[in-house]
Ligand binder design. Structure first.
Ligand code: NAD
Length: 517
């Protein structure tokens, strides 16, 4: 399936395909005349342009979704469930196609693209059991002849705005549950890797989802603002950087919408002196450099409780030396460990943080600046970087870098490490490595972070729990998927009904006049 096969040629660059929208169950070339480049990060080449919607396209997408909602919300539970099962089967059997699309636009290695699809598929599988999760409650005979029951109904048209780093998984945190619950979705993917969403849209069509229930609106701030302010759109699920998450939360709330807005992160791994340092070094490398550090649950700071820092830095450095960096699609069937960053601009921003750390007095133990890959000299590569002794006042410590940069910060006690974690602006994920169960238990109670790993570096909850951080990592009170997901995508009604038994239909049963409450 080619997702650009019906696309029109790009206005900005002859010969470069233009990636359009998915509206009314089909690819729609854009007439907006506004585009953004989509790179192959491994080569640095522009491989396509993506359309950036104008107001007319935004309005058409939302109107189509509203029409789709009116059809889909009338489907029986059994019919909706059949579509979900079909979608799950198609996704499971064809996920290799999607993984190739993700790697081509994002750059991550293919096995990692498969990994994100599998984590998204978990939510699809959870959503297939939706009848059990959206059924209401019933209380019989709360007073004579009176029953009270609750109904969980869909919201209507719901908006999803996703980041570049998980172009399949993050939308799948939301849309399987939203669709299962009877809503229609408008997804605004990242303009940096827009094709995965179109592939998923095509798959929904093949699974039997009515046209208009899953819409892909390509675009930038204009499309986002169109969703945030539309009176038709009932809710917004956003994932991205903290400043934009805050903007989304404030703007969508002001327009009366239900909002969940997940933001950035700076995840710390606290290493106690009794920890298994080989395990710690393996996991720090996996969690720090996997997906080139472009994961919101990546570990970016290792807090080493002395005296382990020197030994740990040695072990991490040895492992870095063995990492293979290259084209995520593999060369001659051999996959590297780590691919490039998303764009040249992002690579330069990551490098600037290493410059800041150095200027602030840190030691750059392993330096990834200026890293190149043979035959891919124009690719957006950045080598794994290890920093020792970054001051905790440095912007390289306080801000999210979102690249393959791991900092080791030396602390003398557990409490000093805990205070650093709790003093930060983010609260997405964290991990403790120790062989002391009591210390781990204390950590899980004292740390102000939403997702905690105990000897697990990337504690992304399974689909039947919920995903979300604290503080500047989540605006709103609804996390993604799990029970929170079903609550978010349904609206509850409570019905109080009285049916008088025919055998006792008389004035006494009516209760007469009584103006009291
Ligand atoms: P981003 O905030 O730049 O973009 C996210 C989305 O917002 C995109 O669809 C983009 O088009 C849109 N957007 C960007 N600027 C906008 C603006 N000014 N107004 C309206 N919309 C705008 O994020 P990104 O670079 O795509 O993704 C990386 C960020 O996402 C990192 O900060 C990472 O930590 C975060 N992230 C968080 C989680 C989480 O679960 N908390 C998960 C994945 C990624």
């Amino acid at each position: 399936m080619s997702i650009t096969e019906t696309a029109s040629p790009s206005a900005s660059a002859p010969g470069v395909p233009l990636i359009g929208h998915w509206v009314d169950g089909a690819l729609r070339p854009s007439a907006s005349g506004r585009t953004a480049p989509v790179y192959n990060p491994a080569t640095g080449a522009v491989q396509a342009d993506v359309a950036l919607a104008d107001q007319a396209e935004i309005d058409a997408a939302i109107a189509s979704a509203q029409a789709g909602f009116e059809v889909w919300s009338g489907y029986s539970i059994a019919k909706r469930q059949n579509v979900l099962f079909a979608f799950r089967e198609l996704l499971n059997s064809r996920k290799g196609e999607l993984a190739a699309i993700i790697t081509a636009e994002h750059g991550k290695v293919v096995s990692d693209s498969m990994g994100e699809i599998l984590r998204g598929q978990e939510v699809v599988e959870l959503a297939t059991g939706f009848p059990n999760l959206i059924k209401g409650a019933f209380s019989e005979n709360v007073s004579t002849g009176i029953d009270v029951y609750s109904l969980k109904q869909p919201l209507g048209v719901v908006g999803i705005i996703s980041p570049f780093n998980f172009p399949a998984m993050v939308p799948m945190w939301f849309f399987p549950i939203a669709i299962a619950a009877g809503n229609a979705v408008v997804l605004k993917p990242s303009e940096k890797d827009p094709s995965a969403a179109l592939w998923l849209a095509q798959l929904w069509k093949e699974a039997g989802l009515p046209d208009g229930v899953f819409t892909v609106l390509q675009g930038d701030k204009l499309a986002v603002d169109g969703l945030l302010t539309s009176p038709v759109v009932q809710s917004i699920s956003f994932v991205g950087s903290t400043p934009i998450a805050q903007y989304i939360y404030e703007t969508a709330s002001k327009h009366g919408k239900r909002v969940q807005a997940l933001g950035g992160a700076k995840n710390h791994m606290l290493v106690l002196p009794d920890a298994d340092l080989d395990l710690v070094a393996d996991q720090a490398v996996n969690a720090g450099y996997g997906a080139a550090g472009e994961r919101c649950m990546a570990i970016s700071v290792v807090l080493a409780v002395e005296p382990v820092a020197d030994e740990l830095i040695g072990k991490i450095s040895e492992r870095i030396a063995k990492l293979k960096i290259g084209n995520g699609a593999g060369v001659d069937g051999v996959e590297p460990d780590m691919g490039p960053l998303i764009t040249g601009a992002h690579r330069d921003k990551v490098a600037s943080y290493v410059d800041i750390a150095e200027a602030d007095g840190a030691t750059i133990v392993v330096d990834g600046r200026g890293f190149t890959v043979d035959d891919h000299e124009s690719g957006f590569f950045f080598g794994p970087t290890l920093i020792d002794g970054v001051p905790t006042t440095s912007r390289a410590y306080t801000e999210e870098i979102f690249g393959p940069v791991l900092s080791v910060v030396r602390v003398s006690t557990y409490d000093e490490g805990l205070d650093l974690i709790n003093g930060g602006q983010f609260g997405n994920g964290t991990a403790i490595f120790t062989n002391d169960g009591g210390a781990a238990r204390r950590f899980q109670n004292e740390v102000q972070v939403g997702m905690i790993g105990i000897n697990v570096p990337i504690p992304v909850p399974v689909a039947y729990h919920s995903f979300g951080g604290w503080k500047q990592s989540l605006f709103g009170d609804a996390k993604a998927y799990g029970a929170h997901g079903f609550d978010f995508f349904t609206r509850e009604k409570a019905v109080t009904s009285r049916w008088i038994d025919p055998a006792t239909r008389n004035d006494a049963a009516h209760g007469g006049i009584n103006l009291g409450f």
